[in-house]
Design a protein around this ligand. Structure first.
Ligand code: ATP
Ligand code: MG
Length: 334
């Protein structure tokens, strides 16, 4: 039997991924490659909605691909590619825009959050239509699963609605995908503001643990993470969001359960606990940073791998666009 397919993407909005990207998303991507037919892309067109500087975008795109490989995405097992190398994304993106209601798009909370931060004059239309391009990114490959963090739940719902709408209005073309969202670690919070998600495009990097940052810098950030009143290391997401976030991070790397951590640190304070978090985080990130830097030394090889990936991706994506165009009555060029 053919393997079920999974697809996901990450934006090159920063030179480095952060812990949320890894624990909420990429770690699952690596696991799924063993059991699924996996497609993973660096969604550079989405990063344009953040008004990113061209030189930064260029470097961040290559660094994103290198980090994915360093984290365990194997270009032999997965189809790894860059979104803008497959123009079918834009083609199906427009189709998705034409079947999405304006009100429906207006309800997307990520748009509301990001546009509220920027102000309406600095919010581009592309940020508004981003979820429709994302729906196209997914539906082009007919995946059964989309492994993402909790913050993407609403976008996956929209994608499912659009696929169903297209199928019932025109023709049964699209597989209706399911989000693949973990229970533990699916949402990592900012260390300085533990009520906001850790985000690449946050206005300050002081609350982000970046995978490519030095061990010393990350240790410092963990030690100065906002913690809560009290001194007990116990998990309480509502009253102790800061310490609970650090417990989630520790557990995700060390494999210790939350109960184990509560026992281990029962007689100790926040300071000892933070030192332990810094140790487990930095010991896991050191080899990833080194491997990423090695991969970035040979840009020719990295680009070659990405070209192979985009050629494989385009075969699937172009066929989906062909079917969708036909179903809508667009005349084939012949
Ligand atoms: P941006 O701020 O530019 O949107 P981001 O940090 O949200 O960047 P994305 O590229 O949008 O990262 O998302 C890549 C993947 O990482 C998605 O699957 C998303 O759900 C996941 N992700 C992002 N932030 C977190 C987080 N704080 N916790 C868990 N998963 C996350
Ligand atoms: Mg995001």
């Amino acid at each position: 039997m053919a393997k079920a397919r999974a697809l996901s993407g990450i934006q090159p909005t920063s030179g480095s991924f952060h812990l949320g990207n890894y624990l909420g998303a990429v770690r699952q991507w690596v696991e799924l490659q063993e059991s699924h037919d996996t497609y993973y892309c660096v969604v550079d067109l989405h990063a344009l909605t953040a008004g990113i500087d061209p030189a930064k975008l260029h470097d961040a795109t290559l660094a994103s691909a290198a980090q994915l490989i360093a984290l365990g995405i194997d270009p032999q097992k997965s189809t790894l590619f860059i979104q803008s190398h497959v123009p079918a994304h834009n083609q199906l993106g427009w189709i998705m825009e034409c079947i999405t209601g304006f009100g429906e798009a207006s309800r997307m909370t990520q748009f509301k959050d990001k546009s509220a931060k920027n102000g309406s004059d600095r919010t581009v239309v592309g940020l508004f239509t981003y979820p429709m391009l994302q729906a196209a990114d997914i539906l082009l490959y007919q995946p059964q699963y989309v492994p993402v963090g909790e913050d993407q739940r609403q976008h996956i719902e929209l994608t499912r609605d659009l696929a169903g709408r297209f199928n019932s209005t025109y023709k049964e073309i699209f597989t209706i995908p399911e989000g693949y969202i973990l229970k533990a670690g699916a949402k990592i919070y900012d260390l300085q503001d533990p009520t906001a998600k850790m985000s690449k495009s946050a206005s300050s990097t002081s609350g982000l643990i970046e995978l490519l940052d030095t061990a010393a810098a990350n240790t410092k950030k963990i030690k100065s993470a906002t913690t809560d009143a009290g001194r007990e290391v116990t998990f309480d997401g509502v009253n102790k969001p800061g310490i609970s976030n650090l417990m989630t991070i520790h557990s995700a790397f060390s494999g210790a359960s939350i109960a184990d951590l509560e026992n281990e640190f029962a007689d100790k304070g926040y300071g000892d606990f933070k030192s332990s978090v810094a140790d487990v985080v930095t010991s896991h990130l050191d080899p990833i940073r080194e491997r990423t830097n090695e991969l970035l030394q040979d840009k020719g090889e990295l680009t070659r791998l990405l070209k192979v990936g985009s050629e494989k991706a385009a075969l699937v994506a172009d066929e989906t666009v062909r079917q969708a165009y036909n179903a809508m009555g667009l005349i084939p060029r012949g």
